[in-house]
Design a protein around this ligand. Structure first.
Ligand SMILES: C[S@@+](CC[C@H](N)C(=O)[O-])C[C@H]1O[C@@H](n2cnc3c(N)ncnc32)[C@H](O)[C@@H]1O
Length: 267
């Protein structure tokens, strides 16, 4: 039986890949970088030589202690021990600054980390990200509407960021090797809520309802969420097929539908 490492600890041992991850952020000499899960410092070591300020957040106390010792004479490197799902990411970044975020993410909590990063991006705290995750999750984040992998995670990601798929690594790039391939994505945080005329909390909830059951049409998912046939008939754009599924629609028609349904109903 394969041993599953604790805390998703599959350490990157491919020298070319760790450089490529940092290179993907370009010139960092004036930038603050937030690293999630620095581990033994495969990426941290390179970031520390290139960026203006590095803030690394590691849950494992022995790894955090190891890094704190290694960087004890480099005041621009801050090692924080903590849980990325509980930490106030905005409070880690000095007031008035924006940061870039880097991480070979612990795979068991990738989606939750992404949601937290999107929230920080919406709040204006993050500019760019280079993030490694399980290939299947990366494919979902980057998928275009209408392709098999497109779903709630894709729509949510693309409301918050432009996504580029950079490269994929085999299990042998890590120690211990995971059971899956890994893909590095680059994100430019660029929330589309204002442009599409929707509010963040309301539209996030609406997307969850639209994608609630993959087998159902969008109409039926919205009926299950409590909208009446009359409301849906009034709001439905003429060009949208009545049997459309959320998985086939882009963010613009989804936002148009939401804007209409969110209007106060008369009568
Ligand atoms: C896939 S490893 C990457 C380690 C290192 N960056 C590398 O590339 O070799 C994930 C790292 O995230 C840390 N980690 C796991 N859960 C975490 C959490 N909730 N908050 C912060 N770090 C976490 C693990 O301890 C581990 O060091």
């Amino acid at each position: 039986m394969k041993h599953k490492p604790k805390l998703g600890q599959n350490f990157l041992v491919d020298d070319h890949a760790r450089h490529a991850i940092v290179d993907a952020l370009g010139d960092l000499s004036q930038r603050t970088v937030l690293e999630i899960g620095p581990g033994h410092g495969a990426i941290t070591d390179i970031l520390a030589t290139r960026c203006h300020r590095l803030i690394a957040l590691e849950l494992d106390s022995s790894l955090a202690a190891e890094l704190r010792f290694r960087f004890r004479e480099q005041p621009h490197v801050e090692i924080h021990e903590g849980d990325v799902l509980k930490a106030d990411l905005r409070a880690l970044i000095p007031a008035g600054e924006t940061a870039d975020v880097v991480g070979n993410l612990p795979y068991y909590i990738t989606s939750d980390i992404l949601l937290r990063l999107f929230a920080a991006g919406s709040a204006g705290a993050l500019t760019r990200g280079v993030l490694m995750m399980q290939r299947e999750v990366a494919d979902r984040v980057a998928a275009a509407p209408g392709v098999r992998d497109y779903g709630l995670l894709s729509a949510t990601a693309q409301m918050n960021a432009q996504v580029d798929n950079l490269f994929t690594l085999p299990p042998s790039a890590f120690s211990p090797p995971p059971e899956v391939y890994s893909t590095v994505l680059r994100l430019h945080f660029a929330p589309r809520f204002v442009e599409l005329g929707v509010d963040v909390a309301g539209f996030d909830l609406f997307l969850k309802r639209c994608f609630a059951q993959k087998r159902k049409t969008l109409h039926n998912n919205l009926r299950a969420a409590g909208y009446t046939p009359e409301q849906l008939a009034a709001a439905w754009p003429t060009e949208m097929p009545s049997q459309a599924r959320a998985e086939s629609l882009g963010l613009e028609p989804m936002a148009a539908l939401y804007r209409w349904l969110a209007q106060p109903q008369i009568g």
